[in-house]
Design a protein around this ligand. Structure first.
Ligand code: CAA
Length: 418
């Protein structure tokens, strides 16, 4: 069987974040609960002129640097923050990035796990025709009610992966194990723009899906716990990865694991997620990006990966990091993007949160905020209007501050998002 896997990977997250110390002060909560109890420091906040399309287009554009667009057979967009019941968000991304008309484009859904379902389909597609490449982009705005327990686990961002028979970063193993069950741990009805969640129950279901899919993976592959050098988990909050890893180790590592081993095996994958919050479909692949871009020496090392989507579906799978992978990473661009972000005061966060597009079909223009290369300009005649606004490098080099932004609170609720 031909080697297939990830040729390129790129992360995009909005220019704004809320420090969870700021949120803790506003909610009268001990910040340690967020920083240590949940393992989150910052959560990315999408301004009203960013959505899953603009975030995806930014991630895809960078992932495709140096790749011939004519080789791209398919663009898949995984999301649970859909913007239309019929038209795929992937079509807008296809157009913004300038992919050829021969490239297919569609959207995928099964909560946070649809990205992995897309990758498995992409692997089959590339196996069938190794000259073809697939771009899978996972993009979401994780959104819970203000003041709810889920709020500190919000976040936003997109991860784009180029899947090909030239896997410069990670070659996937052919085996995987999966688990599907009809449960109501987390969902979002069409009439809501915030998730409904049974938080404690969702953690129990996550852990069950992990052990069940791990068992199937072990049966299929014959591999054991110690056959994986590092582990990456779907991370709604980074402590969830610790809970998951300890759960897995409890019955699959006979000698157990020490605190140091726990840290070694998952810490490097947690760093970026701590700084952006939950990316839903992109969360596992943000963890993989964080691991690959860490100081760990990963050449020829196997990584175990667990993808979880509420509702629910879990998939355990693995891949081997390729020799020389460091030469193909976008580490500097990612660090620069994370460092250049704007720390929001609480009031501005709440204004952005409350700024939703009109729900009655009327036209609206969005205010200009700091974005990447693309922005949502508004809605006209029930159609979403996107525009290209400048080079990402230029924008990341700009020095901006919230004071310079002057986000007008009283007007924000009339401006759009989603
Ligand atoms: N200092 C340090 N730690 C503290 C603390 C303090 N002052 N106060 C509390 N803590 C600790 C608690 O002990 C707890 O740690 P343990 O889990 O190790 O016991 C942790 O902080 C969280 O505290 P609570 O359990 O009291 O938190 P909560 O009830 O307010 O909410 C949550 C936690 C249920 C995860 C909530 O944030 C939530 O509903 N999040 C959204 C749902 C979610 O992320 N579910 C995960 C699985 S589902 C999934 O993975 C799909 C997806 O992407 C959504």
């Amino acid at each position: 069987m031909k080697k297939v896997g990830i040729e390129a990977i790129s992360l995009y997250t909005p220019r704004y974040y809320l420090d969870l110390k700021t949120l803790a002060a506003a909610r009268g909560t001990d910040a340690e609960k967020y920083y240590n109890g949940l393992g989150q420091e910052r959560m990315a906040v999408a301004p009203p002129d960013e959505d899953i399309v603009t975030m995806s287009a930014n991630a895809v554009k960078v992932a495709l640097e140096g790749i011939d667009y004519r080789e791209i057979d398919t663009l898949m967009l995984a999301t649970e923050s859909g913007i239309d019941q019929s038209k795929a968000a992937a079509i807008y991304v296809h157009s913004l990035v300038g992919l050829p008309s021969t490239c297919k484009a569609f959207e995928l859904k099964q909560a946070c796990c649809s990205s992995t379902a897309g990758i498995l389909s992409a692997l089959a597609l590339v196996q069938m025709n190794p000259r073809k490449k697939v771009v899978l982009v996972a993009s979401d705005i994780a959104r819970y009610g203000l003041g709810t327990p889920g709020e500190p686990t919000a976040g936003a961002g997109a991860v784009a992966l180029v899947i090909s028979a030239d896997p410069k970063l990670v070659a996937f193993d052919p085996e995987n194990g999966s688990y599907t069950a009809d449960v109501m741990d987390f969902w979002r009805p069409n009439y809501m723009d915030q998730a409904m969640v049974d938080g404690k129950y969702s953690i129990r279901v996550y852990l069950k899906a992990l052990s069940e899919s791990w068992n199937e993976y072990v049966k299929a592959s014959g591999r054991e716990f110690n056959d994986h050098y590092r582990y990456c988990y779907h991370m709604p909050f980074t402590r969830m990865a610790e809970k998951g890893h300890l759960h897995l180790a409890k019955y699959s590592a006979p000698e157990g694991i020490s605190k140091d081993m726990l840290k070694d095996q998952i810490y490097s994958a947690q760093r970026y997620n701590r700084l952006t919050g939950n990316l839903y479909t992109g969360s596992l692949y943000e963890a993989l990006t964080s691991l690959l871009e860490s100081r760990d020496k990963l050449d020829d090392r196997r990584v175990g990966m667990f993808s979880y989507g509420s509702g629910c579906m879990g998939i355990f799978f693995s891949g081997v990091v390729q020799k020389g992978y460091r030469n193909y990473l976008k580490t500097d661009a990612h660090r620069q993007m994370l460092e250049a972000r704007i720390d929001l005061p609480y009031g501005d966060y709440e204004d952005m949160y409350k700024a939703v597009l009109p729900q009655d079909g009327s036209d609206a223009q969005t205010m200009h905020y700091e974005t990447g290369l693309y922005r949502l300009a508004g809605i006209s005649g029930h159609k979403r209007i996107y525009e290209t606004v400048g080079s990402i490098a230029d924008r990341h080099n700009e020095k901006t501050s919230v004071d310079q932004q002057q986000i007008p609170r009283e007007k924000a609720s009339q401006q759009g998002r989603r």
